[in-house]
Design a protein around this ligand. Structure first.
Ligand code: SF4
Length: 366
């Protein structure tokens, strides 16, 4: 790009009246979301400002379109949306302007160019040659394989594209599968959830634009920055769990006081997701915050697990030192678990202090 030419993102920020300060704040939040040191903020800012518009193909198969709703959820343009707008969304059946043959031509032209990012929403039917989901006369299976073969990387969004979701529940009449079960040879990162949280897509895209690669993932292909920590260990009701204060019935006194929802079937002790810290609706709340237990919607087969039955865990009232639930379950002594928790708290606290110092310095420099 010509150095005097404004990047698409810079133009969009100017047009929407987003200040440099707000943009840098967004980059700092992205560094935090990606679990990067605060020092990465300027690198992220430079990468976003100079990034070319990567082409994106968004495929939607067997689903409820909830993940597309999640994508479109914000009611005002935020910096995060402007960053997503810098993507060249060449094909998305639900929101693209062209239709019919012209829509299919957009897809064919993008595939011919190659090197694009593919986002997949929905599961892929595989029985009877995949005839239960056809678009433009072709099966989802056929489209998925062709689009994947020319992709730089694939990002799956939601439970359905992850392992099949609700279309794959017993008896799974269409043989619904997730992307990882029908595609190989292309890097895949999974952003499960029902629906997925669009802020995790923003962070994944920011990582891709900054480092030219997808973020590190766990053994289910989920990025560690978003799915590396247990919900229970970051839950605002955790103090009540530790104190043995549980909701016993919907609407009882404990429920009104915001006590722990474990006995109402909350899956927080076995679920990994950044819901408690990222939250939903522009950071307003999240299911447990609103009074309903976690249903572990980012876990495989969650649609088949009983939502209101408590999950087995080692002990109901661990000490008040906030030990990691898994460590406690594996037999680590409460004192050792508490020390690890305290050390982790110190590291997080120190990182926060450094970030605050840096932000203060930026303010002075401004
Ligand atoms: S069981 Fe659920 S509500 Fe209770 S502290 Fe854990 S995550 Fe929060």
């Amino acid at each position: 790009m010509d150095k005097h030419q404004k990047s698409p993102l810079k133009t969009a920020l100017t047009e929407h009246g987003v200040s440099r300060r707000d943009f840098l704040k967004f980059c700092a939040i992205m560094a935090g979301t990606l679990a990067l040191p605060a020092g990465f903020t300027p690198k992220i800012a430079r990468a976003l400002e100079s990034a070319k518009r990567p082409a994106v193909v968004w495929l939607e198969f067997q689903d409820c379109a909830g993940c597309t709703e999640s994508l479109l959820r914000a009611n005002r343009p935020t910096v995060a949306e402007l960053v997503l707008d810098t993507l060249s969304l060449n094909y998305h059946e639900t929101i693209m302007a062209p239709s019919g043959k012209r829509a299919e031509k957009s897809l064919a032209d993008t595939v011919a160019e190659g090197g694009y990012l593919t986002v997949v929403e929905g599961s892929i039917p595989t029985v009877d040659d995949g005839i239960y989901c056809c678009i433009g006369g072709r099966t989802a299976l056929d489209i998925m394989k062709e689009v994947a073969a020319h992709s730089a990387a694939i990002i799956t969004v939601g439970a359905c594209a992850f392992y099949g979701g609700w279309p794959a529940t017993t008896p799974n009449p269409t043989g619904a599968k997730g992307v990882k079960d029908v595609v190989s040879g292309v890097p895949i990162v999974n952003l499960p959830g029902c629906p997925f949280n669009v802020d995790n897509l923003t962070a994944t895209v920011v990582h891709f634009l900054t480092f030219g690669s997808l973020p590190a993932v766990d053994d289910l292909g989920r990025p560690l920055f978003a799915y590396g920590r247990r919900i229970h260990d970051n839950c605002e009701r955790r103090g009540h769990f530790d104190a043995g204060e549980f909701v016993q019935a919907w609407g009882d006194e404990g429920h009104r006081k915001g006590w722990c929802l474990y006995k109402m079937g909350c899956k927080g002790p076995v679920a990994f997701h950044n819901c408690p810290t990222l939250r939903w609706n522009e950071g307003l709340s999240w299911p447990v915050g609103a009074g309903h237990g976690c249903i572990a919607c980012a876990a495989p087969n969650f649609w088949e697990s009983p939502a209101y039955e408590p999950v087995p865990i080692h002990q109901l009232t661990p000490p008040s030192t906030y030990p990691d639930a898994e460590a406690a379950a594996e037999g680590l002594s409460p004192a050792a678990a508490g020390l690890i928790g305290a050390a982790a708290g110190l590291v997080v606290g120190a990182a926060g202090a450094v970030a605050a110092q840096r932000l203060g310095k930026e303010k002075e420099e401004e």
